[in-house]
Write a protein that binds this ligand. Structure first.
Ligand code: ATP
Ligand code: MG
Length: 392
């Protein structure tokens, strides 16, 4: 027996009020896009039914079920899903099918749940539940018990338009909100563990992310840009697009190194990055910047330094990992598939010309004073002529 449908359920909270239709339509669009990306031409339809979204697979989908599931596992906004089997809309057929399905399974307690959206079907939901539940109970020789709350096994029956669906196991999805329902943000992406995980946290709340990476080529190798590109390719699996702005930063760093005290280098690099990122974000209508900072993780991430860096731009800077330990960040990296790429060595533009004793408690006035030695608008304008937009 091969399941030919997928029943997809989403969270309740976001469904309240006026947002409901918008949210559901976006989820359906995203599921279609994901299925087409992972397993092209695998479905006949994706549509809303009462309380769920229903996917009907076609011949291609049935022969490519692992990739179909991969697509669902990479779609944000799905709380849980189950593969379902279509059955003729006839009570005897449904009852026997439920038995065929459940008899293979190992469990102690069970329940039968029915949802009837086709009200022309002659039996009510409760009646179907009772009859099918009783039938299964007897068939098992009364050895399994019915448990309505938290059973080991739930047999679900949906009576929809002109057929019925039966499913057994619910699998957990990624949760969150559908990508595209929360606007756009620009992620400052380095090659480490943190920024891809920060990007995922924002994506998970429905925000479409674009990326900016600062490199010091030719002083650092091309590998750092390639590493970031590989990371974005992984994150792209959770949203349909992958846009990277690759920013040549070596000339600006040279200006800072020549004109300012070495202890302030990292802070001045970071302030400049924020200003460039903000201008890019405004140009492409992103409403926030995102970084992988976590308090105290490295010298540049003390509260004082975060304060001084944030002061360089007026746009909100989201730091979703600010209170997260490195171990937890790495766990998430493993789950989302960025760990193996992040762990490879890379040379970041900021580690180049690293001061011996970087400032850990920057003072805003002192930093503003130091910046007077630089022609910031000119530096930014020069850089903007060389930014490369890469579609991944
Ligand atoms: P990550 O693990 O994300 O690489 P990190 O451990 O290298 O971070 P920092 O170097 O302090 O930590 O960087 C803090 C944040 O600043 C990064 O998470 C990222 O958002 C941003 N950032 C750092 N370097 C770059 C870069 N070269 N290009 C773009 N953003 C950067
Ligand atoms: Mg870090």
């Amino acid at each position: 027996m091969i399941p030919d449908h997928i029943l997809i359920r989403y969270g309740e909270i976001s469904l309240k009020g006026k947002n409901r239709n918008y949210f559901e339509a976006r989820l359906i669009k995203n599921i279609k896009d994901q299925l087409n990306a992972f397993s092209p031409g695998s479905f006949e339809f994706v549509k809303k039914i009462s309380g769920a979204t229903l996917v009907k697979l076609n011949k291609n989908g049935l022969s490519d079920i692992a990739e179909v599931e991969n697509a669902i596992m990479h779609t944000l906004g799905i709380v849980n899903y189950s593969f379902a089997y279509s059955v003729e809309q006839n009570f005897e057929e449904i009852k026997n099918f439920c038995w065929q399905l459940i008899k293979e399974k190992d469990f102690k307690t069970f329940r039968v749940t029915c949802q009837r959206s086709n009200k022309e079907f002659p039996m009510k939901s409760e009646e179907i539940e009772r009859e099918v539940g009783g039938f299964i109970f007897e068939k098992f020789g009364r050895k399994k018990s019915v448990k309505l709350k938290d059973p080991d096994c739930e047999c679900f029956i949906a009576i929809i338009n002109d057929y019925a669906l039966v499913s057994l196991d619910k699998k957990k999805g990624l949760g969150g909100l559908p990508v595209g329902t929360g606007g756009k943000a620009l992620v400052l992406m380095s090659g480490g563990f943190d920024s891809p995980v920060a990007a995922f946290s924002i994506l998970r709340r429905g925000v479409t992310t674009r990326f900016v990476h600062f490199h010091s080529m030719p002083y650092t190798s091309k590998a750092s840009v390639e590493k970031v590109t590989d990371l974005i390719r992984v994150l792209k699996k959770y949203q349909s697009s992958g846009v990277l702005y690759s920013v040549p930063f070596a000339d600006a760093q040279k200006e800072i190194v020549m004109n300012c005290h070495e202890s302030l280098r990292i802070i001045l690099y970071r302030r400049l990055m924020m200003q460039i990122a903000q201008r890019l974000a405004k140009r492409e209508k992103s409403l926030a910047l995102v970084t992988g900072d976590s308090i105290g993780q490295v010298a540049s991430q003390t509260l004082e330094n975060i304060f001084v860096v944030s002061h360089a731009c007026e746009m909100p800077i989201f730091r979703p990992l600010i209170g997260t330990d490195k171990e937890d960040i790495m766990d998430t990296a493993r789950k989302i598939g960025t760990y193996d790429i992040s762990k490879l060595a890379h040379d970041d533009c900021c580690t180049r010309l690293m001061p011996k004793k970087p400032e850990t408690r920057a003072n805003l006035l002192a930093v503003l004073e130091a910046e007077k030695a630089l022609d910031i608008p000119k530096i930014i304008n020069d850089i903007f002529e060389k930014i490369e937009k890469i579609k991944i």
